[in-house]
Structure formats: structure tokens, C-alpha cells
Design a protein around this ligand. Structure first.
Ligand code: AMP
Length: 377
């Protein structure tokens, strides 16, 4: 029998960004204590945690020491090594299991895992050398996208290949390293399913979220997505089967491509709460962060019911270009909630916060959240 970790227990979070911060806030509201470990000081998670440890993720002594001080460990950052996850797991439960990190922190491993389990993915070919790239381009065809096998964050480490002649330039552009060549999909849109699996195998999901990106970075999410019931059923069924294939415990973001010809393909897995699920904080009975807490503590999963349609717009560092944003102007809009992550230095492309709007329809929620973001600048 697995023990439920009751309020008063201590959650250990590896990583210290905004995902850890929002998890910590949910945990503290329910009376849990929170420790975080990351190689930085004054972090978004550390600011709201009971204890913030500054150590490298590969400092196994520090990881073991950290593990001794907590009742369960989870991640908000997936580039923790399998060795570090195992060192922690010798001392305390690690949820989700470190094995899922190993698979999802490398694009090729992740794609192979998905394809081997029969999940739909974009046609792809592994590429280790310039010669293999030529063969891959011949096999996959153009247009295609060459992506580094090690995950480039938010679209970094990617190059388009529109014709076989462009292969050499693309190979150089990604730094001549191990890669995956993927067929370029004519996209109808991008969607995600934020799903959760409990310690007892219970499953819950927040339906389908529709996402738009700008410069490869998530820009706006809206839920419920305007998609057919059949598509929702398919996406949720796939997400559920992925969580089951990993014997997963926790929240996972499953990103999908929806092709214009109707095909649904898994793009990426995020073994943690996901940016497209931030709107659940204001819109749902249980947020994705509370859901993560419940799952890793062995509590029953909460209701994922939406109280209202919602839209979320990210606030990137670019917004600070002309000085401090006009927070009062956005806060004056009654449908809108402001979330900031406590980061001191706004840099272009850096996720500093987000806005969420609730409205009677998804379209109105998008209009309101965009109006609020415009009012900031
Ligand atoms: P990724 O880092 O792989 O999620 O890619 C970042 C973004 O680039 C995606 O969210 C898409 O908007 C776009 N993209 C990546 N791969 C493809 C593809 N194979 N076909 C079409 N668009 C893509």
C-alpha cells in the first residue's frame, strides 16, 4: 500500500521556474511545505518556497541531501539527469518516475518511444551525419524541419529544409549535431491536452486547449478549443494511453499538431504542468498545479470542470522594451487576472508572466486577454 502524503508533508521540486512557483503556491494553500533545488538564487519558485537550495542538478551529494529533507520529489524542469533522479529515488519517492525524463528529454528517444507504441507522430528520420541527412531528405521529402535531438528550448535548434539543396545550410545552422528530420506539416492548428494520472491509476484531463505560437514560443492558449467532439475524444484517448504507457504519476502536457488534412499527430511531451495549462488556475475547479500536487501526494485527483471558457496570453520580456508595463490598465479589466513570476530581469523571449481572461465564450476570452495585453504596452 502506498501512503498518502497528507498536508504538512514536504514536497521537493527540482527546478525553480514559474511552473515550480505555481505548484508551490498550490501546495502552500493546501498546507504543504515546499523545498526547491536549482543552480540559481532568488528564483520564481524559491521566492515562495520554505527552503531554496542552490546546487547543480548533477551534484549528487546535494541531490541526496535534498531528498533526505522532503517526503516526495517532483520536477518542474525536465533536464535533470537519470542518474540524479535515481540518486533521489533511492531515498524518497520520485514522481513522475525518472525514466520518463530520460525518454522525454531527448527528441529522438521521445519520437521512437511514441512511434514504437503506435502513437501517431510526424514522419521522421534520425540524422547523425551530413550523409544521413541527404538520405533522410530523400526519404522524408521537402519541406522538412531539421531539429537537434537534444531538445532546443522553444524552437531553438531548428532549421527548415525546403529543398535538397538547403540540407547543407540546415546542417550547419543546427551546429552539425545529432538531429531528427521531420516532415513539415501543413498545420490547421496546434492543440494540447493537459492530463493527469494518480498514484492509483485514476485519469483526469482538462480537455483540448488550442494554442498559437509566435517565434516558436507559446503566445495564446484558449479553452475549450473549438474542435469536434471526435477530435477531442481522439486527443484525450491518445494522451491517456501515453500516460498509461509510462505508468505515469503526475500532470503531463501532450502537444499535438492538427494537420489541414485532419491528421492528429503528437508533437512533444512535457512531463510536468504545461504553459498551455496555466489558464486552469483561474478557469477550473482544480488547477493543473493542484492536480500535480494531488497526484504526487497520492490524493484523489480533483475535478477538472471549467467554470468558464478562458484564454491565456504570455507576457514575454519584450514587453518591457519601453519601460514598466502599465499594470493598472490591465488590472482595470474585470475579466482579467495578472500572474507574474517574480523574475527580475526582463529579456526578449523570457516568460515573465501571463494574463488570463474568463468570458462566456472562448472567442470573447481571447478578445479580452488580447485587449488587456495591448493595454500593458
Ligand atoms: P517544437 O519545438 O518541435 O515544438 O517546434 C516549435 C514550433 O515550430 C511548433 O510549435 C510548430 O509551430 C513549428 N513546427 C515544428 N515542427 C513542425 C513541423 N514538423 N511541421 C510544422 N510546423 C512545425
Amino acid at each position: 500500500m502506498t501512503r498518502t502524503l497528507n498536508p504538512g508533508s514536504t514536497i521537493g521540486i527540482l527546478g525553480s521556474g514559474q511552473l515550480g512557483r505555481m505548484l508551490a503556491l498550490a501546495a502552500r494553500r493546501m498546507g504543504y511545505r515546499v523545498h526547491t533545488l536549482a543552480p540559481e538564487d532568488d528564483t520564481p519558485t524559491g521566492q515562495v518556497a520554505d527552503r531554496a537550495v542552490n546546487a547543480a542538478y548533477d551534484d549528487l551529494d546535494a541531490i541526496r541531501d535534498f531528498a533526505r529533507g522532503v517526503d516526495v520529489i517532483t520536477f518542474e524542469f525536465e533536464n535533470v539527469s537519470a542518474t540524479a533522479a535515481r540518486a533521489a529515488a533511492d531515498i524518497v519517492p520520485v514522481r513522475p518516475d525518472g525514466e520518463v525524463l530520460h525518454v522525454t528529454q531527448q527528441r529522438l528517444r521521445e519520437k521512437r518511444f511514441l512511434a514504437d507504441h503506435g502513437f501517431p507522430v510526424t514522419p521522421f528520420a534520425p540524422v547523425a551525419t551530413r550523409e544521413e541527412l541527404t538520405a533522410a531528405v530523400a526519404r522524408i521529402g521537402c519541406p522538412a524541419v531539421l531539429k537537434t535531438a537534444a531538445f532546443g528550448y522553444d524552437g531553438k535548434g531548428q532549421a527548415r529544409v525546403d529543398s535538397p539543396e538547403e540540407a547543407g545550410a540546415a546542417w550547419e545552422a543546427i551546429g552539425e549535431r545529432e538531429a531528427v528530420l521531420e516532415a513539415f506539416v501543413d498545420l490547421e492548428g496546434e492543440i494540447s491536452v493537459i492530463a493527469a494520472r494518480g498514484l492509483d491509476g485514476a485519469f483526469a484531463h482538462f480537455g483540448v486547449v488550442h494554442n498559437t505560437h509566435r517565434n516558436h514560443i507559446l503566445d495564446v492558449s484558449v479553452a475549450p478549443a473549438r474542435v469536434t467532439e471526435g477530435l477531442t475524444t481522439d486527443a484525450v484517448r491518445i494522451a491517456r494511453a501515453i500516460l498509461e504507457a509510462f505508468d505515469y504519476v503526475g500532470v503531463m502536457g501532450v502537444e499535438f499538431f492538427l494537420a489541414r488534412d485532419g491528421r492528429l499527430m503528437v508533437n512533444e511531451l512535457a512531463p510536468r504542468p504545461h504553459n498551455s495549462g496555466h489558464l486552469t488556475v483561474d478557469a477550473c475547479r482544480t488547477s493543473q498545479f493542484e492536480q500535480q500536487l494531488r497526484a504526487v501526494c497520492g490524493l484523489p485527483l480533483g475535478s477538472t470542470e471549467y467554470l468558464m471558457p478562458a484564454a491565456m496570453a504570455n507576457l514575454l520580456g519584450d514587453l518591457w522594451e519601453r519601460g514598466e508595463p502599465d499594470w493598472a490598465a490591465a488590472c482595470a479589466i474585470p475579466e482579467v487576472k495578472l500572474h507574474l513570476y517574480g523574475k527580475r530581469t526582463p529579456r526578449p523571449g523570457r516568460k515573465m508572466g501571463h494574463l488570463t481572461a474568463l468570458a462566456p465564450t472562448p472567442e470573447e476570452a481571447v478578445a479580452e486577454v488580447l485587449r488587456a495585453r495591448r493595454a500593458l504596452a
